[in-house]
Design a protein around this ligand. Sequence first.
Ligand SMILES: Cc1cc2nc3c(=O)[nH]c(=O)nc-3n(C[C@H](O)[C@H](O)[C@H](O)COP(=O)(O)OP(=O)(O)OC[C@H]3O[C@@H](n4cnc5c(N)ncnc54)[C@H](O)[C@@H]3O)c2cc1C
Length: 257
Amino acid sequence: MILNPKHRRQMRQVTVQKIDQVTPRVRRIVLGGEPLVGFNTPRPGAHIKLLFGVDPNDPVDPKKMRSQMRTYTPRHFNSETHELTVEFVLHGSGLASTWAAQAQVGETITVAGPGGGMDIPDAAVMVMLVDESAMPAAGILLESLPANCSPIVICEVEDVHEQRSLSSKIGVQPTWLFRKEQSAEPGLLLEKYLPNVLVGIEDLDDVFWWIACEANAMRRMRSHLLNQQGVSKDRLVSRGYWKLDTSNHPDHDYGES
Ligand SMILES: Cc1cc2nc3c(=O)[nH]c(=O)nc-3n(C[C@H](O)[C@H](O)[C@H](O)COP(=O)(O)OP(=O)(O)OC[C@H]3O[C@@H](n4cnc5c(N)ncnc54)[C@H](O)[C@@H]3O)c2cc1C
């Protein structure tokens, strides 16, 4: 395991152990190996960095490294077997998506992190508005909620074949929205559905909002909640997990600017 002096990240070269095609557009890949000994159990909302085509033992130009790096959710870490599970959306293009679509058991990849994460808010209701890329993180959040918090989960996916359980531990029935049948651009159906969620809420002060999806749609929903509905900034976390027509969108887009 190498500590990159510039980034202070622990770089671990891990091996693909198992691959499951969960839905036509989602592959679950289990990564393992000795370097994952000591990997910290991630907090809800945490991320890892995956580096493609980078050998952690080689000196790497930081600029090149950044272009080879993508952000993913450590969906599950088994601290006994040192296995890390990541769920990849196969969206058609891009370094990470292409790698995941073609990955084979036995090949290696470099992992850095985990980092980030959030404290679970004290709220009676947690509304999650997510697309496929944020379903792994939504699953972790659901598993972390206290018993007195009721989740409302809205998932926008490509089509009916992308419906899947968010958690094997928590029985939540999300509302599913299907882009393909309406030829909708990513995030639009979440945005259109937002008034339906608001109608069902008695007191906005009871609610914490977690929005994670395409960055433009996230901004529009964030703006609506803050500026039209008067939601307080400290009752909302919004994240652009990716951005339309943009490769390698930064991992820290909270829609604040
Ligand atoms: C904190 C955090 C956690 C994340 N966790 C996950 C996760 O667990 N699983 C996961 O699949 N993604 C996750 N993402 C999103 C992932 O980082 C991006 O989708 C990333 O762009 C994928 O890299 P790529 O190399 O495949 O595509 P890029 O090279 O970044 O982009 C290539 C093209 O694909 C488009 N694109 C990128 N992502 C998508 C998408 N999801 N759907 C449709 N088009 C897309 C871009 O607009 C661009 O045109 C997370 C992002 C963040 C910030």
